[in-house]
Design a protein around this ligand. Structure first.
Ligand SMILES: [Zn+2]
Length: 279
């Protein structure tokens, strides 16, 4: 997981361009009547975004009354939304541009509304409220994003991810005696309890331990084949060191807690894997 760079354009101008692109005079007329309030709400969102206190947002009844119209603007198939997703993707480093950073497991072909659009329909089209995300993460995402005035959901635009390792894995065995993995989180001393709670909620609500485990299983064969193809020219410790160096470099590109690097480093020294390699 890596932090994402937010949309750098003006959010309300984006909203206005989306409304202008809709082929409905009635919709433009009805939403035109609340343009002033909408503009203020976008400014309010941007202010809270800058202070990282989105949890203090207060819903306004006027937008609830226009909910159907406001929600009708957002559609994944809408060309304006597709163009926005591409624009946000282009803001990110190339290595992570097309991968969902919520899970780092699959491609980010959808957009997640950080503040749910059902609760705040006025932000359905706010680019600062939209994060590139995969369909699975979007489906798993909890509707609970704040509780008792505190934020529960991690925001990859705002919450600076730790540089320290917090994701770990144990090599275990499944019921058939095959190698398996158990992922877990551990709070580094330098990470605040509040940030760690956001990370824990993130892993839990997106079911990341299970989803990472499923992606980690094939890494065993991948690593085994990669080592076998090099044995003969190099010794196992030499190859293992090379793979560890590459895994460390991948952490720089894909995040310090990149699941695959963590799995590779853990496997190389584990007794089950050494036995599999006949060592
Ligand atoms: Zn995802």
């Amino acid at each position: 997981m890596r932090n994402l760079k937010p949309y750098s354009g003006d959010g309300f101008s984006f909203y206005e361009s989306a409304l202008a692109a809709k082929d409905s005079d009635g919709l433009r007329l009805r939403l035109g009547a609340i343009a002033g309030q909408l503009k203020t709400s976008y400014k309010n969102y941007a202010d809270r975004f800058d202070k990282n206190n989105l949890e203090a947002l207060v819903a306004d009844g006027i937008f609830t009354a226009h909910k159907a119209d406001l929600l009708s603007l957002y559609s994944y198939q809408f060309s304006v939304i597709k163009a926005l997703r591409l624009e946000i993707q282009r803001e990110q480093p190339q290595a992570i541009r097309y991968t969902c950073q919520h899970c780092t497991l699959t491609s980010n072909e959808s957009l997640d509304h950080f503040v749910p659009k059902d609760e705040f329909p006025e932000f359905a089209m706010n680019p600062l409220n939209l994060l590139p995300c995969c369909i699975k993460c979007n489906q798993h995402k909890s509707h609970v994003w704040r509780k008792s005035g505190n934020r529960k959901a991690l925001n990859l635009y705002l919450d600076v991810l730790p540089a320290e390792q917090y994701l770990f894995v144990d090599v275990t065995f499944d019921q058939y005696g095959d190698m398996d993995f158990e992922f877990y989180l551990e709070k580094p001393k330098s990470v605040t309890a509040d940030l760690f709670a956001l990370i824990e909620f993130h892993f839990d609500s997106l079911n990341l331990f299970t989803r990472m485990r499923e992606k980690a299983i094939p890494v065993i064969s991948e690593l085994q084949n990669s080592i076998n193809s090099r044995l003969g020219n190099l010794s196992y410790p030499e190859i293992a060191q090379e793979i560890k160096d590459a895994a460390a470099a991948n952490k720089l590109a894909f995040g310090q807690n990149y699941w695959k690097s963590i799995v590779e480093i853990e496997l190389l020294d584990s007794s089950p894997f050494l036995r599999l390699m006949g060592l």
